[in-house]
Design a protein around this ligand. Structure first.
Ligand code: AMP
Length: 199
């Protein structure tokens, strides 16, 4: 399988790039943010629990998010996909460990972690712009956006070190033409999936 992680702060372009990469490599796209918003839209208990954290710009507790991903590998296989692209997951070291176990149980592993690098001011501007059309309340409020970036710095950024130690981290400049960034990501995937492929 080819299992990709799109890593980076809110507004760094993970969702946009996931759309391109999933088509090209035939991957199941799993966005934990989308899964959570779906739970909220369906009015589930999980959704109601997650909403308070999301509205405050905080991370949803690990066990809630991890619990949603149990069937991911089986789902991608039954759909005939070549692997999975994780977008917005893992966001804590506990999630990274849970993912490592979940994939190992299915005889597979993370192929590469693609980290999109974008500076802070650009992130805020992009999220506010997205908020004009996304319908997401967490994209419209400057304090919530700052809180999300702060959560990223304190809880998510350390996950990069986890993957650096495993020689799986690639940093890609996330500013410039979308197609050029996609190409740089594809080149990294090709280089790493030949190195770490599990068939
Ligand atoms: P996103 O769509 O990836 O920007 O996620 C929106 C919000 O959903 C985040 O600000 C978090 O509150 C929550 N969320 C999404 N993915 C995760 C995750 N892996 N761990 C914890 N919270 C998450």
């Amino acid at each position: 399988m080819i299992n990709l992680i799109l890593f980076g702060p809110p507004g760094s372009g993970k969702g946009t790039q996931a759309e391109h990469l999933k088509e090209h490599f035939q991957l199941l796209h799993i966005s934990t943010g989308d899964l959570l918003r779906n739970e909220i839209a369906n009015g589930t208990k999980l959704g109601m629990e997650a909403k308070q954290f999301m509205d405050a710009g905080q991370l949803v507790p690990d066990e809630v998010v991890i619990g949603m991903l149990g069937g991911a590998v089986d789902q991608s296989r039954s759909m005939g996909k070549r692997g999975i692209i994780f977008d917005g997951f893992p966001r804590t070291t506990a999630q990274a460990l849970a993912l490592e176990h979940l994939l190992a149980d299915k005889g597979t592993a993370v192929s590469v972690v693609l980290s999109l690098v974008v500076e802070e001011e650009e992130l805020t501007q992009r999220i506010l712009k997205r908020g004009l059309t996304s319908g997401r309340s967490d994209d419209n409020d400057i304090d919530t956006i700052r809180r999300r970036v702060q959560e990223y710095r304190t809880k998510t950024e350390p996950v990069a070190g986890f993957y650096k130690d495993r020689d799986l981290l690639v940093e890609i400049e996330g500013v410039g033409a979308i197609e050029q960034i996609t190409q740089a990501l594809m080149n990294a995937v090709n280089a790493y999936s030949s190195k770490h492929s599990d068939g």
